[in-house]
Write a protein that binds this ligand. Structure first.
Ligand code: ATP
Ligand code: MG
Length: 571
């Protein structure tokens, strides 16, 4: 591409709306422009990168025997009513009506659609297994669209749905998709880690997320420094800390006026936070649930909701509900005499002796309370893992880091095939529901994440595999005929090789051209200047600070070498 014909959309100013590096650089390099909150137009440069990521995804999905489909993005309400998600999806779903007042939505995801395709098209076990995927624009009316295409309301997703005759087939497909995802993110130059994720009501080790570490990520991820263990905080198992053996003492009521927080209590009693047990109240659908965790711990709401099972609505109880359950002001809840539908006790609490809890009476706490002797409840893992704890697999050191999910693989089992009556005939002539899996990758989020991991103060540093162009040729002075002749010759021979080249023949200063190509992140730059008198041009990698002086006739070989180093073929 000759840049004299190109719409160069680089911006020198940092757009004020952008908070994170990738968002700033995607706007500044001219890859995209905003249409509305969380809605973007992809400009030519951005589209090139998107297409390259999509091609990598296609190749690896095809490699595992998946078949590309393209379903409609506008979906009739009936399908979603069948699965029960028309109501459950809530405000995140963009809804519309046709001229006959029929309800539709813009697809936020496609489980229902592909289950419908399977039940209509697949009749027999002989047609299984099948894995169908598409790369398509998805619509979600996110509560907080932000960070550009990291969390947008319109985004490109690769979503795949697998259909197997049994669990064994699904397990196999899930593993294949896991491997394909590892290859996809590697090829994109993205350091993404596979972590265990919560699989809600379906349970088990049925869900894994591919996470990239990021300070602005919205998930907490628990990593082990010593083994391969990695899990989303929602899922990471907490090992109860052993407390010291003590003789059980008698319960004692203590006046604790004006103590609203654990900190107030720690001051008053002058003992460690670990001696206090918090009793927190939640509303799960119509039930009031109390959850007890140690004073220095956090309740894990996902674990609690999963333990209860089949909960649609899960929230903190309102102050009024707390007052009703405890017959006291907020801040004095405790297990003894509390009026709740269920009392859940974190395993660590059940192992702590002589602890302090609220007395369910305004201005009072109880000390020397013990689980089993003074109250009963259901014991389980109801808390978040905290910094300084041990890995549940190997006992090693753990780190907790923020992460963003770029991909998600999930064993759905028969959740959708049962509710939507999607069946096939098995070897024995019996109707059986498909055993399903689903596998998503956020294509546009992947693009932003690559930039987050590959940039410097001058702009993007694209990995060669996804760069919009591989090489930029910069003649320093376009009025110099000899420089232009050589630049053109290099441009043409590189193009002949199949390299994607930009020829910066704009009537601009060399400095401006360098700045633009650095901002755009073009991996290789060939500068054609005065050194041509000695038969040389400058070769520079975007990722390195130094220039190399190379002979004009060596340019093609030097470029080829970079492809070899990166294990890439020139297409
Ligand atoms: P998140 O927890 O970030 O909202 P999700 O669990 O809703 O993600 P999935 O439904 O599993 O996401 O969608 C598959 C993939 O689509 C995600 O892994 C992510 O990469 C991408 N994705 C989801 N929501 C968005 C969004 N609003 N903007 C951009 N990409 C998104
Ligand atoms: Mg979401």
């Amino acid at each position: 591409m000759r840049m004299s014909n190109m719409l160069v959309l680089t911006l020198r100013e940092v757009p004020t709306e952008a908070e994170i590096v990738s968002h700033k650089l995607m706007l500044r390099s001219g890859m995209m422009r905003k249409m509305a909150s969380g809605v973007y137009n992809y400009m030519p440069l951005g589209l090139k990168v998107l297409n390259k990521i999509e091609d990598i995804v296609r190749e690896e999905m095809n490699e595992e025997g998946a078949q590309e489909f393209l379903a409609s993005a506008m979906l009739p309400a009936e399908l979603w009513q069948e699965s029960g998600r028309w109501d459950a999806y809530g405000d995140e779903m963009f809804r519309l009506k046709d001229r006959n007042q029929r309800d539709f939505c813009l697809g936020p995801t496609h489980e229902e659609v592909f289950t419908d395709i399977a039940r209509n098209e697949i009749k027999s076990y002989k047609q299984l297994p099948v894995n169908l995927y598409q790369i398509q624009t998805k619509y979600r009316d996110e509560r907080r669209p932000r960070f550009g295409v990291m969390r947008s309301r319109e985004f490109v997703m690769k979503d795949a749905y697998s259909f197997d005759k049994d669990q064994e087939g699904l397990d196999l497909c899930f593993n294949k998709m896991n491997e394909a995802y590892v290859r996809i993110f590697n090829r994109c130059g993205l350091d993404a880690k596979c972590v265990e994720a919560d699989s809600g009501a379906i349970g088990g080790s049925n869900s894994a997320e591919f996470m990239v570490k990021s300070d602005v990520g919205e998930d907490d991820v628990v990593f082990c420094n010593d083994c391969n263990y990695a899990a989303n905080m929602e899922k990471a198992s907490a090992i109860p800390e052993k407390s010291e053996k003590e003789d059980l003492k008698d319960v004692n009521k203590i006046e604790t006026p004006n103590t609203k927080t654990i900190e107030d209590l720690v001051k008053l009693f002058n003992v460690s936070k670990k001696k206090f047990i918090k009793t927190l109240l939640f509303k799960a659908d119509n039930k009031i649930i109390a959850v007890m965790v140690r004073g220095d711990r956090e309740v894990n709401e996902v674990k609690v909701a999963n333990f209860l099972g089949g909960v649609d609505d899960f929230n903190m109880a309102s102050p009024q509900e707390v007052v009703l359950a405890t017959s006291a002001a907020v801040g004095f809840a405790g297990p003894i005499g509390i009026k709740v539908d269920e009392l859940l006790v974190d395993a660590e609490v059940s192992k702590t002796h002589n602890f302090i809890v609220g007395a369910n009476e305004t201005g009072y706490h109880l000390e020397n309370v013990n689980y089993g002797r003074d109250f009963q409840g259901k014991v389980g893992d109801f808390r978040n893992v905290a910094v300084g704890e041990k890995c549940p697999e190997c006992g090693g050191e753990i780190t907790i880091a923020r992460g963003t999910e770029v991909g998600h693989i999930f064993k759905l089992g028969t959740k959708y095939s049962e509710s939507m009556k999607a069946t096939f005939i098995d070897e024995n002539g019996k109707q059986k529901p498909f055993v399903m899996g689903c596998y998503g990758i956020g294509i546009t989020r992947t693009m932003a994440s690559i930039i987050e991991q590959h940039n410097d103060e001058n702009g993007i540093i694209w990995p060669l595999s996804v760069a919009p162009y591989h090489v930029v040729v910069v003649p320093v002075n376009i009025k110099d005929e000899e420089q232009m002749r050589i630049a053109e010759a290099i441009y043409t021979s590189l193009k002949k090789l199949g390299v994607q080249v930009l020829m910066d023949n704009r009537n601009e200063r060399a400095g401006v051209k360098f700045k633009d190509s650095e901002l755009m992140g073009i991996p290789m730059r060939i500068t054609v200047g005065k050194k041509i008198n000695e038969g040389s041009v400058e070769f520079k990698l975007r990722s390195e600070s130094d220039n190399e002086l190379i002979k004009i006739e060596e340019v093609c070989d030097r470029v080829k070498e970079e492809f070899e180093i990166n294990n890439l073929k020139i297409k």
